[in-house]
Design a binder for this molecule. Structure first.
Ligand SMILES: [Zn+2]
Length: 214
């Protein structure tokens, strides 16, 4: 699912007086490409537009800096009257609100993550990036889910899942779908960390709390 991204919309402008550099027909028309960000397909913040020209005879198309220098002024004039599509601004407020919410949420989550790593509990699940941590890591599948099995003083022992994932998000999804609750999820491999090590791995973006102990 596309949550956010950019889209473009094209609005046709006037016909240019100049002839097409390719076919020499007087069939050039200006157009304007509006780019905007969308969030869940709701157009939000517009960011920029570029002029373009298109020939109705030979379909030569040039956008922005591709427009030949001698046609640039005419291309600009051909779209001068165009207005931005009205819905261009529709989602601006929504966008600002959501960005605010996202950054608040992620700051809160990062804080909670760190606090939790300072105080690991048996049953916590972590997603680990094994690159640089273990030998013989498949660089295509470096993510694993680890279960905290013991916390003794500063030592935290985790048990590794049997499954590897190509992205941290795929590993997280497995946790969301409760795969680690299935008895055959876990292998026999264990690993030990110091409490402080968990936090520094988190700071390096190599570990995050996937689920806290229930
Ligand atoms: Zn042409």
């Amino acid at each position: 699912m596309i949550i956010y991204g950019t889209r473009a919309t094209i609005t046709a402008g006037q016909v240019l007086a100049q002839i097409c550099p390719e076919c020499e027909q007087p069939s050039l028309r200006g157009f304007q490409v509006f780019r905007y960000a969308h969030l869940y397909h709701v157009p939000t913040a517009p960011f920029g537009s570029r002029p373009g020209i298109e020939c109705g005879s030979c379909f030569l198309t040039r956008v922005g800096s591709e427009i030949p220098e001698q046609l640039a002024a005419a291309a600009g004039a051909a779209i001068r009257e165009l207005r931005r599509p009205r819905w261009h601004w529709a989602g601006s407020l929504l966008f600002a609100l959501l960005i605010g919410w996202f950054s608040l949420e992620s700051a809160r989550e990062a804080e909670a993550n760190l606090a939790h790593l300072a105080n690991p509990v048996v049953g916590d699940l972590y997603v680990l990036d094994l690159r640089g941590e273990t030998e013989n890591v498949d660089p295509e599948m470096p993510f694993i889910v680890a279960l905290v099995e013991a916390v003794v003083g500063d030592h935290v022992t985790v048990r590794m899942g049997r499954w590897l994932y190509d992205t941290a998000w795929d590993a997280q999804k497995a946790v969301i779908r409760d795969h680690p609750d299935e008895p055959d999820y876990w292998g026999s491999q264990h690993s030990s960390f110091e409490r402080g090590q968990l936090q520094s791995l988190e700071a390096e973006n190599k570990l995050h709390v996937a689920r806290r102990a229930k």
